[in-house]
Ligand binder design. Structure first.
Ligand SMILES: [Zn+2]
Length: 222
């Protein structure tokens, strides 16, 4: 008897672009080109950390929301975008003469335990992996932080202050680049940079896939 091989194909969920609904892949080439068109964004946080981001929130919101809701195939395109942002941080640090040929640690902003239980994956670590970048996940949350949505710049900084600790030891003077999915006010990156600097690490800057300049960006849940 012939096995019903053809029937199996019906079980495969078709791949549709999360941004424009085109058939083919989780994020189509046309959308990636549109996202890339705006070019890298460079911003400085209140704490003095330079942040490079590949895409803008107004273009990439649907992608980030779909990804964090479980559309993990988007990790590849997001990882490639994040990789370009990391490269820009490295290039700037080289220009400043801050680094030579030494190894740089990419430290991801961690998900909260609660978010990890809900999603089943770490959004930042997964996109880094798909983008071909090994990470050093040394940060952990020290406590539960309030949802950043609806908080202003100052409240976000207070909410995140002391929110991270190290769960490992970095070599003294180790050059570090922080990576995250979205930067909004930079309060999270500043809190993480403070923790890393206190341990003796040299924070060269931060890289994110997406940059949002509005305080009410709804993606900054941990
Ligand atoms: Zn598309």
């Amino acid at each position: 008897m012939r096995p019903m091989i053809s029937g199996l194909l019906d079980l495969v969920v078709p791949s549709v672009c999360v941004r424009c609904d085109a058939d083919g892949s989780a994020l189509c080439r046309t959308c990636v080109d549109e996202l890339d068109r705006s070019g890298l964004v460079r911003r400085g946080t209140a704490g003095g950390t330079a942040v490079f981001s590949a895409w803008r929130w107004e273009d990439a919101a649907s992608v980030m929301q779909a990804y964090k809701a479980g559309q993990t195939p988007c990790a590849r395109a997001l990882g490639d975008a994040l990789h370009r942002a990391v490269d820009a941080v490295v290039a700037e640090a080289r220009e400043r003469g801050d680094i030579g040929a030494e190894q740089i640690a990419l430290v991801p902003i961690p998900s909260s335990a609660r978010s990890y239980r809900r999603r089943g994956f770490h959004p930042v670590e997964l996109m880094a992996k798909r983008g071909g970048m090994p990470v050093v996940p040394v940060l952990r949350h020290t406590r539960r932080v309030a949802d950043q949505r609806g908080l202003g710049r100052r409240d976000r900084a207070a909410n995140m202050a002391g929110a991270f600790a190290l769960r490992g030891v970095l070599r003294p003077g180790c050059p570090v680049i922080l990576i995250d999915d979205v930067v909004t006010t930079g309060a999270t990156l500043d809190a993480a940079a403070t923790t890393l600097r206190a341990s003796g690490a040299r924070v060269l800057g931060a890289a994110t896939a997406v940059s949002a300049d509005r305080d009410d960006t709804p993606a900054n849940d941990r």
